[in-house]
Design a protein around this ligand. Structure first.
Ligand code: NAP
Length: 259
């Protein structure tokens, strides 16, 4: 007896155009590759060359375009998204992934360490979301999906990362607020809270044998996360399968927050 082919269309991004910030490396690269694998076209936005991401996506038969932009230029962030929309076509999804971290004891953290992190991790996230929503809402019937990359430090305090923790708590708050405002207008806003992922963001932790061992010992899954773990969760939040999800923070953390 032959079995019917599974219908995976609810998890497909075929025909969708997704903007991913910070797509040159780490989690953003993982998201870009997962989106392309799910059939989506990726527009990577970042301040560094994204050749490696482009090559990996092209090798898998996917579509990728790079837009060079420094997100610390918050005054121009909204206009950048408008330009992408006008010059290359409407967007179906926005993944606010780009982020920075500054590690220092709270008594040592400088004002610049506070402002720089807040600008990229929180202010740019809001301004890009606002710009994306303005364009979606301007076209009756158009829908959109926003996925913000939060952190387990959206729920926990952490240590020596004051501005980062504040920014990631803010990302969760803004995700919930925007979800409430836009849920009935055709835009889903959700977040992913990654645990400890092997990227340059966590290089300093992994280089410290004591910190590294104590973090690993606390992760129920018994391993650090990989960029593709986050990428595949992002596909779900960008695809029709998650149409009834609004304001959720999906922990992809090997069980860290469950502990
Ligand atoms: P990463 O490897 O350091 O990547 C950060 C990305 O953000 C890079 O593409 C970086 O570009 C980009 N970026 C930073 N500042 C930018 C700016 N001013 N303009 C444009 N792009 C900028 O770190 P990651 O771990 O993949 O981090 C991605 C996101 O996941 C961040 O929001 C981070 O907070 C979050 N996260 C990470 C972990 C983890 O364990 N790794 C855990 C929870 C949350 P450049 O390469 O040019 O700097």
């Amino acid at each position: 007896m032959s079995r019917a082919e599974p219908d995976l269309s609810a998890f497909s991004l075929a025909g969708k155009r997704i903007l991913v910030t910070g797509a040159n490396t780490g989690i953003g690269q993982g998201i870009a590759i997962s989106v392309a694998r799910a059939g989506g076209s990726v527009i990577g936005v970042g301040r560094s060359a994204m050749d490696e991401t482009g090559e990996r996506i092209a090798a898998a038969g996917g579509r990728f375009a790079a837009v060079r932009f420094d997100l610390s230029d918050t005054a121009s962030a909204g206009a950048m998204l408008d330009r992408v929309w006008d010059e290359s076509g409407p967007l179906d999804g926005l993944v606010n992934n780009a982020g920075i971290i500054r590690r220092a004891d709270a008594v040592e953290l400088t004002e610049a360490d506070w402002d720089d992190v807040m600008d990229v991790n929180l202010k740019a996230v809001f301004l890009l979301s606002q710009s994306f929503a303005r364009r979606v809402l301007a076209e009756p019937g158009r829908r959109g999906k926003i996925v913000n990359i939060a952190s387990v430090l959206s729920f926990q305090g952490g240590i020596r990362v004051a501005s980062y923790t504040a920014s990631k708590h803010g990302v969760l708050g803004v995700t919930r607020l925007l979800a409430c405002e836009w849920a009935q207008k055709g835009i889903n806003v959700n977040a992913i809270a990654p645990g400890y992922i092997e990227t340059s963001n966590t290089e300093a932790l992994r280089a410290d044998p004591d910190r590294s061992a104590s973090i690993l010992a606390r992760i129920p899954a018994g391993r650090w996360g990989r960029p593709e773990d986050i990428g595949d969760a992002a596909v779900f939040l960008l695809a029709p399968a998650s149409d009834y999800m609004h304001g959720a923070a999906v922990a992809v953390d090997g069980g860290w927050l469950a502990r």
